[in-house]
Write a protein that binds this ligand. Sequence first.
Ligand SMILES: [Zn+2]
Length: 158
Amino acid sequence: MPIRKNLAVHRDPYLPLMGPKEVAVCPTCGAVYHHKRWSMESLPALVKGRTVRSAICPACQKGHDSFPGGIITLSGEFLVPNKEQILHLVRNEEARAKRINPLDRIISIKDNLKSVEIQTTSDRFAQRIGMEIQRAYKGDVTYNWSRDDKFIRVKWHR
Ligand SMILES: [Zn+2]
């Protein structure tokens, strides 16, 4: 059962404080904030009669601050010969997630040869990657939340 959390309800400390008529655009990735959520909606349709301001979106900010919502560690003998393929799946998940929630992103992928560490902007996105890797490649996966359920450590091993 995937756990879905709404960012607006979640009170993410990175969300900008804005009036209901305001629209913000992230200068880094182009995400648009209005009606208390970030999306990839096109701006011209929204700007009529609204104040548009520039605000770094939480995903870009978290990437910039190296403040991940999740860290996924991949390890095991199966990983090394199949790494390319597994990371391809991870990238595909990112592309898919971005269409639904532009704040679900990969901050970094660190290849340590025998293990890989992936940092993501949100905990649920890290959880999703863990589930998708296990679905495709089996293996063992563990999920550990901390920091008031806003941070997850995912470990996959095969
Ligand atoms: Zn952004």
